[in-house]
Design a protein around this ligand. Structure first.
Ligand SMILES: *Cc1c(COP(=O)(O)O)cnc(C)c1O
Length: 342
């Protein structure tokens, strides 16, 4: 049976060509920094994102949390957006492992307002905690893959530098953000103190993320990674998939964006409500209540036809397009839904 998995871009499977790159990878012990493929990946990622150095990490969560660990001391406050991945989906590691306090702020469309942030920075008084870090997410997962442009991010970068805060980018899908705006990724990442991006999402690698920053930051991050249990050995075998992905799977993200837009437009024609509308990258949300459809039941019934959707509750579904979804798959999903709704 045809399999169309729209739950997440983490479900991609390595292509034949990627598997060849994996099989042929040169390796060494990365705890000694002697894995040539890991070193190549780290250098490549740092260059693409406008930073001095990079560090390969097993997951995006570890990348974000290692960065937070380096940027903060126990008791410090980290300002972030209330729907951010770091605040909602990283199990409180920020407090459990770094002893830092998240200070979530609301926003209109996922990007914090710099003047609002300025008001929340704690004054330098002995009985208050220190605000030391500001975190940004681009694209914003839980805001439906929203994309922010350099001029929107600029005030936050300037604020951080004026107020002496570090600023970290959770750029799990920052290559989607760059491709969606036809920008070099560096334009969205170069001015952050640290950036994490995932190889394991739309870029199609089976595992891994990379953290980038200046040399001094990455030296400290390497120590923190080891402390988090993320010291890696002959992992060039996995980094090779990352190198392959950066060389071959960045520009094609545009196809995922076009497929997401096509699917969203089709769903809207069928009567569903789409958010954001228009779609900005490879993620969007669908509301099923305008059609009086229960989202969980709808997802269940499509599963028997090989179509998997990420229903969040009885009226909300998250849809994500990726490397393993073709335009033909999109048209098939729309056709099946059309029949189903009759
Ligand atoms: C997926 C994701 C992460 C975490 O990556 P994992 O590899 O799943 O730990 C972090 N931030 C955002 C925005 C994500 O979408």
């Amino acid at each position: 049976m045809r399999e169309i998995d729209l739950r997440s871009d983490t479900v991609t499977k390595p292509t034949e060509e990627m598997r060849k790159a994996i099989a042929g990878a040169e390796v060494g012990d990365d705890v000694y920094s002697e894995d040539p493929t890991v070193n190549r990946l780290q250098k490549m990622a740092a260059e693409m994102l406008g930073h001095e150095a990079g560090l390969y990490v097993p997951s995006g969560t570890m990348g974000n949390q290692v960065a937070i660990n380096v940027h903060t001391d126990p008791g410090d406050e980290v300002i972030l957006e209330e729907k951010s991945h770091i605040y909602n989906y990283e199990m409180g590691i920020i407090s459990a492992a770094s002893g830092a306090m998240p200070r979530p702020l609301s926003s209109d469309r996922g990007l914090l307002d710099s003047e609002r942030v300025r008001e929340e920075i704690r004054p330098d008084v002995e009985y208050l905690s220190d605000t030391t870090l500001l975190a940004v997410e681009n694209t914003h997962n839980n805001q439906g893959g929203r994309v922010y442009c350099p001029s929107e991010i600029r005030p936050l970068i300037d604020l951080a530098s004026e107020e002496g805060l570090s600023i970290h980018l959770d750029g799990a899908r920052v290559f989607n953000a760059a491709v969606a705006q036809d920008l070099s990724p560096e334009a969205l990442t170069g001015d952050f103190d640290s950036v994490m991006f995932c190889l394991s999402k739309g870029l199609g690698a089976p595992v891994g993320s990379v953290l980038v920053g200046d040399k001094f930051f990455i030296e400290e991050a390497r120590v923190a990674r080891k402390r988090f249990g993320g010291g890696l050995r002959q992992v060039g075998i996995l980094a090779a998939a990352g190198v392959y992905a950066l060389e071959n799977h960045v520009e094609r993200l545009d196809e995922d964006h076009r497929n997401a837009a096509r699917l969203a437009e089709g769903l809207e024609r069928l009567g569903f409500a789409i958010n954001p509308n228009p779609v900005e990258s490879n993620i969007f949300f669908v509301r099923t209540d305008p059609l009086n459809q229960d989202a969980l039941e709808l997802a269940d019934s499509l599963e028997s036809k090989g179509i998997r959707l990420g229903a969040r509750d009885s009226s909300l579904i998250r849809i994500v397009t990726h490397l393993d979804i073709s335009t033909d798959d999109v048209d098939y999903v729309l056709e099946v839904l059309k029949q189903q709704l009759k």
